[in-house]
Design a protein around this ligand. Structure first.
Ligand SMILES: *[C@@H]1O[C@H](CO)[C@@H](O)[C@H](O)[C@H]1NC(C)=O
Ligand SMILES: *[C@@H]1O[C@H](CO)[C@@H](O)[C@H](O)[C@H]1NC(C)=O
Ligand SMILES: *[C@@H]1O[C@H](CO)[C@@H](O)[C@H](O)[C@H]1NC(C)=O
Ligand SMILES: *[C@@H]1O[C@H](CO)[C@@H](O)[C@H](O)[C@H]1NC(C)=O
Ligand SMILES: *[C@@H]1O[C@H](CO)[C@@H](O)[C@H](O)[C@H]1NC(C)=O
Ligand SMILES: *[C@@H]1O[C@H](CO)[C@@H](O)[C@H](O)[C@H]1NC(C)=O
Ligand SMILES: *[C@@H]1O[C@H](CO)[C@@H](O)[C@H](O)[C@H]1NC(C)=O
Ligand SMILES: *[C@@H]1O[C@H](CO)[C@@H](O)[C@H](O)[C@H]1NC(C)=O
Ligand SMILES: *[C@@H]1O[C@H](CO)[C@@H](O)[C@H](O)[C@H]1NC(C)=O
Ligand SMILES: *[C@@H]1O[C@H](CO)[C@@H](O)[C@H](O)[C@H]1NC(C)=O
Ligand SMILES: *[C@@H]1O[C@H](CO)[C@@H](O)[C@H](O)[C@H]1NC(C)=O
Ligand SMILES: *[C@@H]1O[C@H](CO)[C@@H](O)[C@H](O)[C@H]1NC(C)=O
Ligand SMILES: [Cu+2]
Length: 596
């Protein structure tokens, strides 16, 4: 008799389906050590999958011919246990920050899975003094059939009450580089994020995968204080510059900038050791709160091979542009430059409208071959990108998805205008079609949708697209801020990106348009996106700049509510709301912003 694993291998090879009893495996609990010389490189895939030989996804498949959105069913579950607590945080040597940590770590532990595995994360909320709710979102994963595990309080769940636990369980249905973060107010800016890597078939050759390279602006003030300030009046949005720019949680702060006596000490740079002649894969992630990141390595060429969770035809560049929430996988074959084997890796927050940073230039040390551990590079940066005020991503023409998919006809077209308003209390807010979003933590609207209630208060900004097959959305940004727009539950096709008004017909590469989950909308600019309604649920579409999101720049896109099976919703969702409702009866929940 064939083993179950062999049956799965056979089913994969023939694209039939087979199910084995679920195998639960403890994940390896990899601590975040990336950017230190003791960091391990990542494997091509986790080798403890039950499949004999070959890969976890069956035969050696060509990613050009296999739909990355149709995962195999490996029967393996990767288990993680997260306890979220407050803790002192001084990644750059400045000692005052109160952060929010996972298992005592910042950034949080790395989640790893093979394509098709189930990921199960038990989250315990230990945020105290003061206490807060929480919820974790798994950025870029579609939650196909598990909309209630998307991690957005007021939409897919009630917040996890202080002291309570909630277990997320969803499939790694797509593969590539991503991250997870809190979706409760701006908690992510307090440090509550980490990398999420799904191994899958590779369309490019490389020698070593050095893992996540997380780029982030960094604020010395507690996130709550910043949000309070941002929300305080109509002129405070620009009053909160970031203090530093981190690479994998590191970048020494210039302590002579401290004027108020706060203790400040030495902190290390992130360090990487490479061998000349080898090709490395770097998984760049902009995990920041607000700033655009322009990533480069002095004197070197970088090859972009994936944007968000979409593999693309590789193209070369010297500077990789990443809005908040965006990822790019790049390949890099280091070469010694000017006779030195020590080189700066850089990430720059640049552009007048694209960032607000006191120390915009993050750096990390690259050591080649046998260069001594403590060598400090002297290499010179590429010129900063020219600031044309647009904060734009690379031209859509440059990114050609490796697995080709042509654009379907939309069944409806919808327009969203982004604006700012000052409300009657003098607070500046962001609106989408005139309305700033405001969450109701006690009444998640997915729960109402299950009860067939699809009419909600205006400030829930919910559009019901019913049973449309494909929705095209034209977005006009009538504000002077850039907005990295992120969609949940889907990738978007990107049809147009410009400062000129869209002419209604021109589409970039309609036979194989860019697909990704986050794209930068220019100040006073236009973007046109489209997505297919193949995932019943309620899916957020919002700006990923933490402060803009706090100010209400958020809508819900509802699809096929009648197809959501109320019987499928796990009991734990109701229990989580019961616990939250109980908690919020006896405690004042200080919701100072939109809530998401
Ligand atoms: C993983 O981390 C959790 C929380 O720190 C710990 O309880 C558990 O024992 C760890 N598991 C393994 C396999 O190391
Ligand atoms: C809960 O958080 C407190 C600090 O706020 C910490 O001292 C304690 O160790 C945490 N508990 C767990 C189980 O992580
Ligand atoms: C913004 O606030 C200032 C006072 O801080 C006030 O003078 C001004 O009128 C306000 N602007 C709007 C548009 O409400
Ligand atoms: C608005 O916020 C700014 C920055 O925090 C502050 O300097 C200013 O005094 C505030 N104005 C009002 C009217 O509250
Ligand atoms: C550190 O900050 C001080 C004070 O702002 C400045 O004079 C100095 O040039 C900075 N040093 C570096 C290396 O940037
Ligand atoms: C892109 O960069 C790689 C690595 O540096 C190089 O081998 C390749 O020739 C470059 N391709 C083009 C089109 O410049
Ligand atoms: C290499 O040296 C030249 C000449 O000094 C200099 O112009 C260039 O910026 C250097 N390149 C790097 C990457 O440091
Ligand atoms: C204006 O917006 C702030 C922040 O969302 C809110 O607290 C306040 O109640 C609003 N004022 C009015 C009059 O709606
Ligand atoms: C639907 O839910 C909203 C929000 O709780 C509520 O205001 C409305 O009355 C409900 N509608 C129906 C028909 O139950
Ligand atoms: C498609 O979406 C539009 C809103 O743009 C809506 O009016 C229409 O009812 C939807 N069609 C179906 C079949 O659900
Ligand atoms: C755009 O914003 C300006 C003020 O910022 C306002 O006067 C104008 O009505 C807005 N236009 C649209 C189409 O919303
Ligand atoms: C969800 O799964 C269904 C069934 O396999 C598939 O048709 C659909 O495309 C998937 N949606 C997404 C967003 O992956
Ligand atoms: Cu924004």
């Amino acid at each position: 008799m064939k083993s179950c694993a062999a049956l799965v291998a056979y089913a994969l090879a023939t694209l039939a389906s087979a199910t084995c009893p679920p195998r639960v495996q403890r994940a390896q609990n990899r601590t975040f050590s990336y950017g230190t010389l003791k960091a391990e490189t990542l494997p091509k895939f986790l080798k403890d999958n039950p499949l004999p030989g070959g890969t976890p996804w069956g035969a050696d498949i060509d990613p050009k011919t296999v739909n990355p959105r149709v995962p195999p069913n490996t029967g393996v579950t990767r288990n993680y246990d997260f306890t979220i607590s407050r803790g002192a945080l001084a990644p750059d040597g400045y000692y005052k920050k109160s952060g929010i940590l996972i298992n005592g770590q910042f950034p949080g532990p790395t989640i790893e899975a093979n394509w098709g595995d189930m990921i199960e994360v038990r989250v315990t909320n230990n945020i105290t003094s003061p206490d807060e709710g929480t919820a974790l979102h798994w950025h870029g994963l579609f939650q196909n059939g598990t909309a209630w595990y998307d991690g957005v309080p007021s939409v897919s769940q009630c917040p996890i009450a202080p002291g309570a636990s909630f277990t997320y369980k969803f499939q790694a249905g797509v593969f590539g580089s991503s991250w997870y973060h809190s979706h409760y107010s701006a908690q992510a800016a307090g440090g509550l994020f980490g990398p999420l890597i799904v191994y899958g078939p590779s369309h490019v050759e490389y020698d070593e995968d050095i893992g996540p390279v997380m780029l982030a602006d960094w604020f010395h003030k507690d996130y709550f204080a910043i949000v309070k300030n941002v929300m305080s009046n109509n002129s405070s949005l620009w009053a909160n510059p970031s203090d530093n720019t981190l690479i994998n949680g590191r970048m020494p702060y210039n302590c002579s900038q401290v004027t108020d006596g706060t203790p400040c000490g030495d902190a290390p740079f992130a360090k990487f050791r490479f061998e000349t002649g080898k090709t490395y894969k770097l998984r760049l992630i902009n995990a920041g709160a607000a700033g655009m990141q322009y990533f480069s390595i002095d004197g070197q060429t970088l090859q972009i091979v994936a944007n968000d969770l979409t593999d693309i035809q590789p193209y070369n560049t010297t500077i990789v542009t990443l809005g908040v929430g965006q990822r790019s996988d790049v390949l890099f074959t280091p070469k010694a430059i000017n006779g030195t084997k020590s080189i700066w890796m850089r990430t720059l927050q640049s552009g007048k409208f694209c960032q607000r940073a006191s120390n915009p230039a993050g750096r990390a040390v690259i050591l080649l071959d046998g260069a001594p551990d403590d060598t400090i590079p002297k290499t010179v940066a590429y010129p900063a990108p020219v600031d044309d005020g647009t904060c734009k991503n690379d031209p859509l023409e440059l990114s050609v998805p490796y697995y080709e998919e042509s654009l379907p006809e939309p069944s409806t077209t919808f327009q969203i205008t982004v604006n700012t308003i000052v409300n009657a209390s003098g607070n500046q807010l962001y609106t989408m079609n005139g309305s700033p979003f405001m969450a109701n933590y006690n009444n998640p609207l997915l729960g109402l949708a299950y009860q067939k209630n699809v009419s909600y208060p205006t400030q829930w900004n919910t559009y019901n697209f019913g049973s449309n097959s494909s929705v095209r959305i034209v977005i006009w940004n009538n504000s002077s801020g850039p907005h990295p727009m992120h969609i949940h539950g889907h990738d978007m096709y990107l049809l147009y990106d410009g400062t000129e008004r869209w002419d209604g017909t021109t589409i970039v590469n309609p036979l194989n348009p860019v697909r990704r989950d986050t794209h930068n909308l220019r100040p006073k600019g236009w973007m046109v996106m489209q997505y297919n309604l193949d995932n019943p649920g309620v899916w957020p579409f919002h700006c990923h700049i933490a402060w803009h999101l706090s100010m209400g720049m958020y809508v819900n896109l509802m699809e096929s509510p009648e197809k959501i099976d109320a019987a499928a919703i796990p009991e734990v969702l109701r229990e989580t709301c019961d616990a939250w409702n109980e908690y919020s009866k006896s405690h004042v929940v200080e919701q100072i912003d939109s809530g998401v």
